[in-house]
Design a protein around this ligand. Structure first.
Ligand code: ATP
Ligand code: MG
Length: 406
């Protein structure tokens, strides 16, 4: 179950050899030339984009340690985890100026100041980077950094191309056309961006991904071991997933849950078991409950999820959820949804109904009740991945993008 978990980090990534090599060659070349550049990686969720870039960076770090390539500083910026898009500037400036945030904490300067520093730095054509090293940046979930002015995304595409920038940006997004949306054709051709699209996985590929994880596990254990799940069962799961999304996370999830279900019986999971699990995942009481929620109830859950991902914690201040709710209102309201800003009092009603059904829990007790409402923390009481999936299904593409699900 552990090795099938999406959080497990396998040594090798089957079916992504070609993509791995292309990213590797591109970055290696830029490091060797001592120049900068942008590699744009697109693909729907769960196609191994982040995993591939991580594998490349791990290998490059190893190479740099052995003097097989030039040393570089590495920084990871994740669009989902930033309080707002312009916060990316601060993180990049820390990396470029050689500030060690892990040791000394974040720099206390505004996004505006960071932007000014970066513009001066890259515009000056001189490198004051840490030891003149190149800086490799993974800009993950770039879609989340799109603003109406598109300036953040534009800058991250543009800076690597300035003379002597020594900035290598690995931009990862779900959509293929971000460059088209933020830049004119003329600018695009000047940038000479390298573009790699990750196709959704096919049935045999998804089978391979699950089987190779299990086989790697088996090799490490001695003795004649019974399979935890039959080859047919894996194939069935792979088929189901590839017909909808080609998302490796989904197939790993289904197989893990199937193994979990069958494990007490100490037998190999079969196709029927996989079928049962898929049915349960589709028709769970939670899914049915979520589908019946009102627009603002769903929006509030989406806002809570966004805050959880951004802050990396589970308990979120009610005021932060409210703020995100208003931000999402403009983005996620579809045909027939009311886009009128609800009052804080109305939002409290929405929260109350979610509290009543225990989809959300709120900090309680004597101390909490003395706090102002906005300071009290709320907590999602449902399984996060399931809420994301169902909200995405109900809300359509804009919701899927916002929640980062396929
Ligand atoms: N080729 C592969 N072999 C083994 N595991 C894989 C492979 N591709 C993806 N995975 C696993 O699937 C999960 C999702 O992969 P990853 O996070 O790289 O997707 P992604 O394309 O970055 O998705 P998103 O757009 O949602 O960020 C991870 O647990 C990863 O280890
Ligand atoms: Mg990713």
């Amino acid at each position: 179950m552990h090795i099938l978990h999406v959080a497990a980090r396998p040594e090798a990534l089957p079916c992504r050899d070609e993509e791995y090599q292309r990213v590797m060659r591109a970055v290696e070349e830029l490091l060797e030339e001592g120049s900068g550049g942008c590699v744009y990686i697109s693909g729907v969720p769960g196609t191994g984009k982040t995993a591939t870039v991580h594998a490349v960076v791990r290998e490059l770090k190893r190479m740099a340690e052995q003097n097989e390539t030039n040393p570089f500083t590495y920084v990871e910026i994740n669009g989902l985890r930033l309080p707002e898009p312009s916060a990316a500037y601060g993180l990049l400036w820390e990396a470029v100026s050689g500030h060690d945030a892990a040791e000394e904490g974040h720099l206390k300067i505004s996004a505006k100041e960071s932007l000014k520093n970066l513009t001066r730095h890259f515009g000056g054509g001189k490198r004051m980077g840490p030891g003149g090293h190149a800086c490799v940046v993974l800009m993950d979930e770039l879609d989340q950094l799109m603003t109406s002015k598109q300036d953040v995304v534009y800058n991250f595409f543009n800076w690597p191309t300035l003379v002597n920038s020594k900035l290598v940006v690995l931009a990862v997004a779900n959509t293929m056309d971000l460059p088209e949306r933020v830049m004119s054709r003329r600018v695009r051709s000047r940038l000479g961006m390298i573009r790699i699209n990750f196709q959704p996985y096919t049935t045999p590929q998804l089978e391979m991904i699950v089987r190779s994880r299990l086989e790697a596990m088996k090799e490490g254990l001695k003795g004649d071991l019974q399979d935890v799940i039959s080859p047919d069962g894996i194939k069935f799961a792979a088929m189901k997933v590839s017909s909808i999304s080609g998302d490796a996370r989904r197939v790993l999830d289904i197989c893990r849950r199937t193994v979990e279900l069958v494990q007490p019986m100490k037998r190999t999971a079969r196709t029927e078991d996989v079928r049962d699990v898929i049915k349960v995942m589709q028709n769970s009481p939670t899914a049915a409950y979520l589908r019946d929620l009102s627009f603002h109830e769903r929006l509030l859950l989406a806002a809570l999820l966004k805050c959880m991902k951004r802050e990396g914690i589970e308990e979120i201040k009610w005021a932060d959820v409210q703020h995100q709710h208003y931000l999402y209102l403009g983005v996620l309201a579809g045909n027939g949804d009311s886009t009128r800003n609800p009052t804080i009092g109305e939002l409290a009603y929405v929260l109350d109904s979610l509290l009543a059904s225990r989809a959300i829990l709120m900090e309680d007790g004597a101390i909490a009740s003395r706090k102002p409402d906005g300071e009290r923390r709320v907590l999602l009481n449902l399984e996060q991945s399931e809420v994301e999936r169902v909200l995405g299904e109900v809300g359509g593409q804009a919701w899927k993008n916002a929640l980062s699900v396929s």
